[in-house]
Structure formats: C-alpha cells, structure tokens
Design a protein around this ligand. Structure first.
Ligand SMILES: [Zn+2]
Length: 313
C-alpha cells in the first residue's frame, strides 16, 4: 500500500466519520421541523374549529331574526299593494308608475336593523374577545366598555343595516318595474315578490354568517390589542372542499397588529404574505372599496380567523 492510498483511506474515513456526526443532527433537525409544522397545523386546525363552533349559536340567532325582518319588510310592500290607491295608480300611470310610493319606508328600517345588528353582534364579539384572552393564557375578561369596541359595533351595525335595507329596496323596485314592463297584473307581481322573499330567506344564512364571524373576529382582534402582549396577527384559513382561492392564498399571511391586511381602495390589489401589492396581470386580485380589512372575513362565506403573534420579551 503506497502512502497516497493510505492518505486517501484516512480522508475517506474522516469524511465518513464527519458524515456520521452530521447526519443524525440533520435528520433530527428535519424531523423536528416536520413535527413542529405538524403541531402548528394541528393547532391552527383546532383554533379554526373552535372559532366556527363557538359561533354556531349566534349565527342561528342572527339568521332567525333576519328572516323575521325580511318577512315583515315584504309584508309591508304586499300590504301597500292591497291599498285602493295602489290599484288606481297601477291602472292609471303604467308608463310612469312610481314604485317608491308603494315600497316600504326605508328610514324606520335603517333604525330597526341597526338596533338588531348592535344586539346580535355584541354577544359574538364579546365571546370572540374572551376566547382570545383565554387562548393567550390571560385571566382578564374582555372589556366591552373599550371605546374601540363601542365604536366598531355602532359603525358596523349601521353599515349593515343600510346595506341590507337598500339591497332589498332595490330588488323590490326592480321586481315591480319588471312586472310592469312585462305587462303583468297585480297578482302576478305579488307572486314575484313572494318568490323573491323565499330566496331572501335562504340568503339570510349567508348574511348571518358574514356578520357574526366578522363580529367574532373583531372581538379576537380587539382582545389582542387589549392584551398588550401581541405584536402581530396571522391569517388562518379553514381548509376543506369549500376553501376559496383567496382564503387559501391568505392562509399564513402576517401583519403588524394595527395594520390592515388590505387598505380600503378602488384599485385591485393582491397579497404576497406580508404586504399588499398592486394586482399582477391575470393573477388573483381583490377590490376592497367598502372598508379596510383589519381581520377576516374578506368576503361572504369566509370562515377564516386570526392567530396572535406574541411580542418578544
Ligand atoms: Zn376566508
């Protein structure tokens, strides 16, 4: 055996020894990362399930109330159509018939639905707040007197009331005008209105879900602010057959606690995971021209929630 060969053998041996030293460490790190990821996913899944479960009851209550309100709203219009004046106006002025005189009176409905919204969203908001404080391991209870809480409930309830009332009003207006344009009589138009009510009673579920989950997530966000131990927030999507591409893309996105995931803007935007950027050509893009998005939901039927990023001590 020449010296060169011996040297090679020694080096090989050293490499092998080094590898033997490194491999277990690399494997341990790899396994640890997999275990950590698994636990993190489990934790997010658990959080998501608890979030949806605690809101089921509030959702049912919101939906039941809204269905009752829709029935009252539509009954008001159907009652107006039974008035003598309606029949006269309908027969006489078909060309320039004015439906606004015979639909429901919007103003009291803004008030009624605002009051309903305040009552029906305060409870899930408080529940969300206390849920988050418990998640953070704090024994304090959520402060419903916090001006940010009061302000949010008032503004959101008013916006929802105006949006729901105006949407129904416009739909009924369209039905009446379409009926007239098609040369229908009063009974046929009444039928159209009753059919529409059936659709709205089903839609109530979607509105209830959006409003209750919005309130609950706002409670979670405000609890993070009240806690003083949270510096950031992470978007957590619910993954199943119903997950939309937007929520899938948002999953894991993080933001400083006080910043919006999406600013209010009429320009299409997208999200890269830590920041909002102008929408790419042909990519996923969203327009949030109604309000800034501080927390989920980002759209109707969105079931996403938030995870706290703790302040480093
Ligand atoms: Zn979502």
């Amino acid at each position: 055996m020449n010296l060169e060969l011996i040297r090679e053998k020694v080096e090989d041996n050293l490499h092998a020894r080094l590898l033997l030293l490194i491999i277990p460490k690399l494997m341990a790190e790899h396994i640890k990362k997999q275990v950590d990821d698994f636990l993190k996913n489990q934790e997010e899944e658990r959080l998501q399930e608890d979030f949806l479960e605690m809101n089921e009851w509030y959702l049912g209550r919101y939906k039941g109330n809204l269905q009752k309100r829709f029935k009252e709203m539509y009954a008001e219009v159907l009652a107006n159509m039974k008035k003598k004046g309606f029949k006269i106006a309908f027969a006489k002025y078909k060309e320039d018939f004015d439906p606004d005189k015979w639909l429901f009176n919007r103003k009291p409905w803004y008030g009624t639905l605002t009051a309903d919204g305040k009552a029906l969203t305060a409870a899930p908001l408080e529940r969300g707040g206390n849920f988050e404080l418990a998640e953070l391991g704090l024994s304090t209870s959520f402060d419903m007197e916090d001006p940010r809480v009061i302000e949010w409930i008032a503004t959101n309830s008013k916006n929802a009331a105006f949006s729901i009332t105006n949407t129904q009003y416009e739909k009924l207006r369209r039905i009446m005008m379409d009926g007239i344009a098609d040369g229908e009589g009063i009974p046929a138009i009444r039928e159209r209105i009753i059919d529409q009510l059936g659709l709205e009673l089903k839609r109530a579920e979607r509105i209830a879900r959006t409003e209750v989950l919005k309130a609950s997530n706002r409670g979670i966000l405000l609890a993070m602010e009240q806690s003083g131990v949270v510096e950031g927030k992470q978007w957590v999507a619910a993954f199943d057959a119903r997950t939309c591409p937007m929520c899938a893309q948002m999953d894991g996105a993080t933001m400083p606690l006080g910043d919006a995931f999406f600013e209010k803007s009429s320009d299409p935007v997208t999200f890269t995971g830590t920041e909002q950027v102008p929408a790419p050509e042909g990519g996923l893009s969203y327009v949030f021209d109604y309000e800034e998005i501080m927390a989920p939901p980002a759209h109707g039927s969105c079931r996403c929630t938030l995870l706290a990023i703790l302040r480093k001590v």
